[in-house]
Ligand binder design. Structure first.
Ligand code: AR6
Length: 171
């Protein structure tokens, strides 16, 4: 299983060899800071237009759009829990990864890149977020035979190392 999962340092908006990228969205599916800002800027205004009829979404939900000017085929938008507000936070965060993978599988996606959902503006403690992210991908992937590659794209080396260590521990 772990040969299908990799952790890299980088920008989620620059994953040209990946079929589908995951957005750390807000409920209104609008542009914002962090991941959502980077993806909407790179995709162009057509992404916000495609998102409008799909909003609002609930914590744990995932929806799919085209990727427009991004170098990918689709964007899957997930609303992670706001830490300390949306409960149960662990189940809602796990639901994001599970729903994103299931949606990707239904759309014939072969490779998908995730950022660290909820671990930025939404305040989820990074180590706990990484444990939930990786354990959920490990338990969901066996039901997604079409997905050959899952890439975690982490903004800094500390977060990349955290995800790599977590993967080594849980595999
Ligand atoms: N590529 C990869 N990772 C990134 C990038 C990037 N370009 N930019 C930030 N990160 P966040 P959230 C990291 O805040 O916590 C938005 O404003 C970041 O360092 O993007 O789910 C939305 O509009 C952190 O580790 O997502 C929502 O309102 C992780 O990605 C809200 O923030 C997630 O940070 C969503 O908050």
């Amino acid at each position: 299983m772990t040969e299908r999962i990799e952790c890299v340092q980088g920008d989620i908006a620059h994953q040209a060899d990946i079929d589908t990228v995951v957005n750390a969205a807000n409920a209104q599916l609008r542009s914002g800071g962090g991941v959502a800002g980077a993806l909407h800027r790179a995709a162009g205004p057509a992404l916000a237009e495609a998102c409008r009829p799909l909003a609002p979404i609930r914590p744990g939900q995932a929806v799919i759009t085209e990727a427009f000017a991004l170098p990918n085929r689709h964007v899957i938008h997930c609303l992670g829990p706001v830490y300390g507000v949306d409960e149960p936070a662990d189940e809602l965060l796990a639901a994001c990864y599970r729903h994103a993978l299931e949606l990707a599988e239904r759309h014939g996606v072969r490779s998908i890149a995730f950022p660290a959902l909820s671990a930025g503006a939404f305040g989820y403690p990074p180590a706990e977020a990484a444990r939930i992210a990786i354990s959920t991908v490990l338990t969901t992937l066996p039901r997604c035979p079409g997905i050959e590659r899952v890439r975690f794209v982490l903004f800094d080396a500390t977060s990349r190392d955290l995800h790599q260590r977590t993967l080594a521990t849980l595999e």
